[in-house]
Write a protein that binds this ligand. Sequence first.
Ligand SMILES: Cc1cc2nc3c(=O)[nH]c(=O)nc-3n(C[C@H](O)[C@H](O)[C@H](O)COP(=O)(O)O)c2cc1C
Length: 178
Amino acid sequence: MAKKILPLSRVYGLLEPGPVLLVTTARKGHANVMAQSWHCMMEFEPPLVGCLISGRNHSFDALVATRECVLNIPTAKLLDRVVGVGTCSGRRVDKFAKFGLTPKPAAAVGAPLIDECYASLECRVVDTRLMNRYNFFVLEVVKAWIDAAVKEPRTLHHRGRGRFMVAGKTIRTRAKVK
Ligand SMILES: Cc1cc2nc3c(=O)[nH]c(=O)nc-3n(C[C@H](O)[C@H](O)[C@H](O)COP(=O)(O)O)c2cc1C
């Protein structure tokens, strides 16, 4: 995908609706990816994102060790691959090879962008105070990429038990909202 730089001030609009993410990490030359839906915006700019990543996940260890990751945003056509990477562990599997996802070098962090995703947010961990208690990481987005050709991304929204809602049309309000 031909992504261009997205101004950091516009990152929140990508995440506010809470799409399912593909979180990439890389440790000692091994990249990994997991599905992630428990996240929230915490600040406009610099964009801060709170992410809950279970301590049972291989990605948790990589995030603690490297303090870097990329939040990649897939669309509905990647559904089966999203569920695939969300139901097996990078401890045993090279998920990029198994699920046909293409890692691309990031600009500011060691974890890769996923080429098949329409947007990718390079992040650093900036606060781990809630990590021990909730597995909650505060991430700062330091670089953001988007494929501007994707006008109305059909993002996935996890509703539990194998059900997903797909985002549809963008609608506008007459009121002034940032
Ligand atoms: C749709 C979906 C959403 C998920 N959301 C989260 C999440 O928010 N936090 C989390 O820790 N695991 C979440 N998971 C589970 C992880 O993706 C899963 O445990 C994965 O196998 C971890 O991979 P790893 O061991 O390679 O890190 C989700 C899985 C799916 C399918």
